[in-house]
Design a protein around this ligand. Structure first.
Ligand code: HEC
Ligand code: HEC
Length: 282
């Protein structure tokens, strides 16, 4: 009786506080998720998150949509539930599928509280009146209902679950890499249907366009110590003085160099803990 009354009281006190996302935290999480790059046109003076960035893939060119709070051109009429459904289930408010060029197969793992903070941050953005541009896809790849089949094979919705037996820091790193950082979207090789090869998680290989992506398991990264790796992820400098390919350069500028030193250390600890996977024979 008393405990029920207490629960009601606590509930009334806790719910309003946690139902409000924290936009400042959300801003940091948006960096950790690399949202800006895909949702901002690549030109001087482009409105942040106003959409228009071209993303070339073997299936055609996608254009990151306007995700500012403009009621017509952006997502100003969305509810928080619409946003959560988009991020966790890859589903539009009208029920159609998103294409996995929007990395929701990784973002599905973002925790509820972090989704709420991301949403609170997006609501603070200056609205852009420019409507989102339609994608330019090859023939039937443009059919959203085909994504249903793709999802059926390759998509497991649901938030990140802590790895059994891993330390707190390794779990934090796993969350940053697998959920927000979506590192696997590039570093896990894909089959001909564009689905990730599960047994080769983060083991690198070739992108469908034939570009090399590095193996992030200890097989390759053991040649670098933690300091080298932190240096690379903050400045892009490798121990031999090389600079990374454009795709990774952008990830470093927008994402990994923006992480707090604790979060960067967590990412490195997690990469160190991965089972070593040999490079695929060329
Ligand atoms: C690799 C590029 C990429 C990244 C990174 C990315 N997005 Fe997107 N996003 C897309 C694309 C492409 C679409 C459109 C997908 C479609 O039309 O099916 C999209 C769609 C969306 C939509 C739906 C918009 C609408 O009008 O229906 C939201 C909301 C969104 N993204 C939020 C985010 C957030 C928040 C982040 C960061 C945590 C993020 N995105 C990171 C590429 C990206
Ligand atoms: C948009 C695609 C993309 C994403 C997302 C991405 N990477 Fe990369 N990454 C690359 C490519 C391409 C290379 C190879 C760069 C080169 O060879 O110059 C690379 C190289 C690296 C390297 C250097 C490895 C070596 O031995 O040379 C590290 C470390 C790395 N990435 C870590 C990460 C982490 C951590 C994340 C997630 C936060 C991430 N990457 C997300 C594309 C990506």
């Amino acid at each position: 009786m008393l405990s029920a009354a207490l629960a009601t009281l606590l509930g009334a006190w806790i719910v309003p506080a946690s139902a409000q996302g924290d936009p400042k935290r959300g801003e940091y999480l948006a960096k950790a998720g690399g949202c800006l790059a895909c949702h901002t046109e690549e030109k001087k003076g482009a409105i942040p998150y106003g959409g228009g960035r071209a993303l070339k893939t073997p299936f055609g060119t996608f254009f990151g949509p306007n995700i500012t709070p403009h009621p017509q051109a952006g997502i100003g009429r969305w509810t928080e539930a619409d946003f959560v459904r988009a991020m966790r289930h890859g589903t539009r408010p009208d029920g159609a599928n998103y294409f996995p060029a929007f990395p929701y197969p990784s973002f599905t793992k973002i925790a509820d509280g972090d989704l709420r903070d991301l949403w609170a941050f997006l609501r603070t953005l200056p609205p852009s009146a420019r409507p989102s541009r339609g994608h330019d896809l090859w023939f039937f790849f443009g059919w959203r209902f085909l994504v249903t089949v793709w999802k059926w094979f390759f998509f497991t919705p649901g938030p990140f679950v802590n790895l059994q037996g891993a330390s707190e820091i390794v779990n934090r790193g796993a969350y940053l890499v697998q959920a927000l950082g979506h590192c696997g979207e590039c570093h896990t090789p894909r089959n001909f249907l564009g689905g990730p090869k599960r047994g080769r998680f983060l083991a690198g290989g070739k992108t469908p366009e034939g570009k090399d992506v590095s193996n992030l398991t200890p097989t390759r990264l053991k040649k670098w110590d933690d300091k080298d790796l932190a240096e690379f992820l903050t400045t892009g400098q490798t121990p031999d003085g090389d600079v990374p390919a454009e795709a990774m350069g952008e990830v470093i500028t927008n994402t990994t160099s923006q992480l707090t030193s604790q979060d960067l250390a967590a990412v490195i600890s997690y990469l160190r803990s991965l089972p070593p996977i040999a490079d695929e024979p060329r």
